[in-house]
Ligand binder design. Structure first.
Ligand code: NAD
Length: 408
């Protein structure tokens, strides 16, 4: 039966999404170029849903005043109420946001991730035909990076060289822990925990199983950092064996027991040292499907992979936890282009497609990706791609979105 009453998305007791035909989805327009790329994205998503499902499904958008817009209208950059609304609605989408200077907030993006415990930063990297790429065969790249989002050197535990705190820590380590640190040394702490590592790797394995991916690679630097990065890898293998024993095999088992041929339906769990993986994603990109990794490695490899498909400014992303997910453009607010209707909205549009996939509206997501690819293939692109593609026709941000809707 058709139900046209807008409702919230909810979670079942098993943690699965219950998506009504007209879900209410909160959005944050974002600062700077947010005002250009959000309307473009909304147009494409709405039209794709309408085209795919006719009157049966649509999205009821709910604006949240967060960031500069929030500050000007409500006096708050990020209110508790906005955070609660995101949490209550399970799925949300956001444009880029300025980091407020002197507002006592390190970064709004980091605050949203931490307060809603969105522990997995998920970045799919797939080639879009006709986009200029530095690779000879960029079509071989089809990977999804699961980057741990809450700890590692990003936890913000650090002390400046010469500060009282750094001196205290150095005195303790030198006197009681057998180190020989020089007096004027900056200190940063790298916490990597069993709980957070295991839940991140579990999320990556869940995704690989659901989407029929062949492998999950644990990327780490455990040869040097044994008790942090090395432990991440060990915990990754442990969670695969303990929780997904029937659905996974290790790479060692693949060769010892199956002669290198992956049995149907099994996800291969393997690990690679971080520096070596940077070589292998260039030389043998089709060996890798899903990558699970601590925060810092994940930051580096996500951007390197995005550059390999030529789409540093076009890469989609999401921050996902157990109770909610926020989809976002991966670039910043590009203030010098704000309001000029000039920039490329693809990153946010493709994040919107990821959101549709997450909701189980996969046909409409595929429709968005196909139409975007077709538009670029026709040579209709924004300034950033126009200067790299010979014979391309440069259009405005809004015109690019309109061209995509004609290709849906
Ligand atoms: P930026 O990504 O905003 O812009 C750098 C340059 O990249 C721009 O000048 C432009 O040339 C290009 N660019 C970015 N997005 C583009 C698009 N969609 N189409 C075409 N070209 C594009 O990085 P920045 O200048 O370092 O940061 C500006 C602000 O954004 C800062 O306040 C920063 O804190 C914030 N930021 C926010 C996020 C986020 O919200 N997720 C991410 C990064 C930076």
């Amino acid at each position: 039966m058709q139900n046209n009453v807008p409702r919230k998305i909810t979670l079942t007791e098993q943690g699965a999404l219950d998506v009504p035909d007209v879900p209410i989805i909160p959005y944050i327009e974002g600062d700077g170029i947010g005002r250009d790329i959000w309307p473009a994205t909304r147009l494409v998503i709405d039209r794709a849903v309408a085209k795919t499902y006719r009157e049966k499904r649509r999205i009821e958008w709910l604006e949240l005043l967060v960031g500069e817009k929030g500050f000007h209208q409500t006096g708050q950059w990020l209110s508790d109420e906005a955070l609660k609304t995101i949490g209550d609605h399970v799925v949300a989408i956001k444009g880029p946001m300025t980091t407020p200077v002197g507002a006592g907030i390190r970064s709004l993006n980091v605050a949203i991730r931490q307060k809603l415990d969105l522990y997995a930063c998920v970045r799919p990297v797939r080639y879009i035909e006709s986009v200029p790429s530095p690779m000879k065969a960029p079509e071989k790249i089809d990977m999804v990076v699961f980057r741990e989002n809450t700890e590692d050197l990003y936890a913000g535990i650090e002390w400046q060289a010469g500060s009282d705190e750094a001196k205290k820590v150095i005195a303790f380590l030198n006197a009681q822990m057998g180190t020989e640190l020089a007096e004027h040394t900056g200190i940063g702490i790298k916490p990597i925990s069993e709980t957070n590592s295991k839940r991140l790797v579990a999320k990556a394995i869940d995704y690989a199983i659901e989407s029929g991916r062949s492998s999950v690679t644990l990327m780490h630097k455990g040869n040097i950092m044994k008790f942090t990065e090395g432990a991440f890898s060990r915990w990754g293998y442990e969670v695969a064996k303990d929780r997904y024993g029937d659905q996974t095999i290790t790479e060692a088992e693949l060769y010892d027991r199956f002669d290198g041929r992956r049995p149907d339906g099994k996800v291969v769990i393997k690990d690679r040292i971080a520096d070596m993986l940077f070589q292998q994603v260039l030389l043998r990109p089709d060996d890798f499907a899903v990558i699970a990794t601590p925060n810092l490695n994940g930051d580096y490899i996500s951007d390197a992979l995005a550059a390999q498909v030529g789409g540093l400014g076009m890469a989609p992303g999401a921050n996902i936890g157990d109770a909610c997910a926020v989809f976002e453009a991966t670039h910043g607010t590009a203030p010098k282009y704000a309001g000029l209707d000039k920039v490329n909205p693809s990153s946010l549009i493709l994040s919107g497609a990821m959101m549709l996939d997450y909701m189980g509206w996969n046909e409409s997501a595929e429709n968005v990706r196909r139409a975007l690819q077709k538009t670029i293939k026709q040579g209709v692109v924004t300034y950033d791609l126009a200067r790299q593609i010979q014979g391309a026709r440069e259009v405005k941000c809004s015109e690019f979105a309109a061209a995509i809707t004609r290709n849906l």
